[in-house]
Design a binder for this molecule. Structure first.
Ligand code: SIN
Length: 532
């Protein structure tokens, strides 16, 4: 089967949905998403969206906080651009129907998170992402030019190649092959403009607060297609996810610390003072490493987050979702500290794009967590990512609309998917085993504290697994598990290779072999692209 439209959007979080809404009046949109439309990381975002919204705050302060959190690897021009676009991006969300929490006087209630010098985070209690997703999904459902394809997982980008210096190299994106999971059929989606908004890759790690969909699909596809990828070593570990065997690393928002919660050891003593002057509101990389150190030093399985001093009424009103979820696991945060551990949360690197979200393949854009814009540097400032998603959706929309207006309307002609001599698999165990092995290997060898020896070991193992996946991939009909496995293996390889390149410690990349930050040699991005 073949489907053609003006725009192909892959992913249905804040970036993909807002891009679709921005372009839908000007052309047909195919919106492809691999599960239900709301099964996204956006939907799980608790804290909020950062923007200068109060009289006491300034763009300069937001820029400065972002640069400091990113350990001065963020690109200053991009930080300025995103920060200054913030208020308009918030107004767009409000126009689409998002309702942020307000104070009694009717003004927006601004919260704080780690690394912010001001209260500047708009939120909808502790379910900000759910509220944003709700409003955008409603708007998308109402738009006649957007056709939604749920349970469709992208397999690979379709590209046209160019011969340069006797090499055949992909040059232009024509769309994507997409597996219709329900019918086990690969559909060819052709488009004049393709947008990757597939989110992050937390599932590369054994413990993550990301949803199951976060398998780095867009990143892996773009890398295979020849797009440049950058700064993959900077995987952000959120310091506080619920420690409970059945809680699947449920996030305890940094806003809980923003509103006064204190990290404590098992014996009740607070420890963040020993690590950073901002104590519990230090940047995330510092807090996650401090917790890791405390757990290793004291042989504990977790540390504790104490907000009991704020009282029952306040806690239940400000954090209703966290309160109820903890209670469902037998933890009453009104009277007891919450047991917490760090878990993989956000990928600061990604597909390299320019200030319009354009990749180095023609007609291919990347927006949201899948992209690398230069905003986050070596460590993302909390709540800057939802903002980046809306700002870049708008910029990519402006850019692609301008480019398409300059061209004749020709829809690409693409070849159908060819499954060759593939048969049904009789060894599903290979997929299950390799999923588990990659995630364990990444957690143990490529986690919060790294070393060259561990990274080298990890690379060896991942490359062996990749060989096995490649054999399997060409012999059997593809399934969504196999597609995701192939993608997490690619993303794992890219994280390790970037980690091995960076011979210093900066932000989220901490290695015992190069414990210092080296501004002379390493104040630069790590760039990777496939050889053709
Ligand atoms: C949180 O609520 O702690 C997550 C916010 C973010 O990652 O930006």
């Amino acid at each position: 089967m073949k489907i053609t439209s003006d725009f192909l959007v892959i992913g249905s979080g804040i970036a993909g949905l807002s891009f679709a809404l921005k372009v839908a009046d000007r052309g047909s949109v195919s919106l492809v998403t691999k599960r239900g439309i709301s099964e996204t990381a956006t939907d799980l975002a608790q804290g909020g969206i950062a923007s200068v919204f109060s009289e006491e705050d300034t763009y300069e302060a937001h820029v400065q906080d972002t640069m400091v959190a990113g350990v001065h690897l963020s690109h200053p021009d991009i930080v300025q651009l995103v920060v200054e676009s913030g208020p308009q991006a918030i107004r767009d969300l409000i126009d689409w129907g998002v309702q942020f929490s307000r104070k009694e006087d009717g003004t927006y209630d601004l919260t704080r998170e780690g690394g912010h010098s001001q209260r500047r985070i708009l939120h909808a209690k502790d379910v900000t992402g759910r509220e944003i997703e709700r409003a955008l999904v409603e708007a998308v459902h109402q738009h006649p030019n957007i056709t939604l394809y749920e349970n469709h997982i992208a397999v690979d980008l379709i590209t046209e190649a160019k011969i340069t210096q006797r090499r055949v190299k992909p040059d232009r994106c024509l769309g994507a092959y997409v597996l219709d999971i329900g019918n086990s059929e690969v559909v060819s989606f052709g488009a004049r403009s393709t947008v990757l908004a597939t989110g992050g890759a937390g599932k590369v790690y054994l413990y993550t607060c990301n949803p199951d969909i976060a398998t780095g699909d867009g990143l892996a596809m773009a890398y295979r297609a020849g797009a440049t990828v950058a700064n993959m070593e900077f995987m952000q570990f959120h310091p506080t996810t619920l420690y409970h065997p059945h809680a699947k690393s449920f996030l305890i928002s940094e806003a809980v610390r923003g509103e006064g919660a204190i990290l404590k050891r098992r014996d009740g003593s607070a420890f963040m003072e020993a690590y950073h002057p901002l104590k519990d509101l230090a940047p995330r990389d510092i807090v996650a490493r401090a917790i890791d150190n405390e757990m290793k030093t004291h042989g504990d399985d977790c540390v504790f987050l104490d907000i009991t001093h704020k009282g029952a009424d306040y806690i239940k009103d400000r954090f209703p979702n966290i309160y109820q979820t903890c209670l469902s696991y037998g933890i009453d945060m009104v009277s007891d500290p919450i047991p917490v551990v760090p878990a993989a949360h956000y990928l600061c690197g990604g597909i390299k794009v320019d200030s319009w979200g354009e990749t180095d393949l023609q007609n291919l854009f990347a927006i949201g967590e899948v992209s690398f814009t230069g905003l986050h540097g070596a460590n993302r400032l909390a709540s800057n990512s939802l903002l980046e998603g809306v700002v870049y959706a708008d910029r990519a929309a402006q850019r692609t609309l301008k480019l398409l207006a300059e061209k004749e309307t020709i829809y690409p002609s693409i070849a159908p998917w060819d499954s060759g001599s593939a048969t049904n698999s009789d060894e599903e165990v290979v997929v299950a085993h390799n999923w588990d092995e990659i995630r364990r290997c990444m957690w143990n060898y490529v986690g919060i504290v790294r070393s060259t020896k561990r990274l080298t070991r990890a690379l060896r193992r991942i490359q062996m697994i990749q060989e096995e996946i490649a054999d399997y991939y060409w012999d059997f009909y593809i399934t969504s598990d196999l597609i995701e496995l192939r993608n997490i293996a690619t993303v794992a390889e890219l994280i390790v290779r970037c980690g091995l390149q960076r011979k210093e410690s900066r932000g989220l990349h901490y290695t015992i072999d190069y414990p210092e930050t080296d501004d002379i040699h390493w104040k630069q991005d790590t760039i990777i692209r496939k050889n053709f």
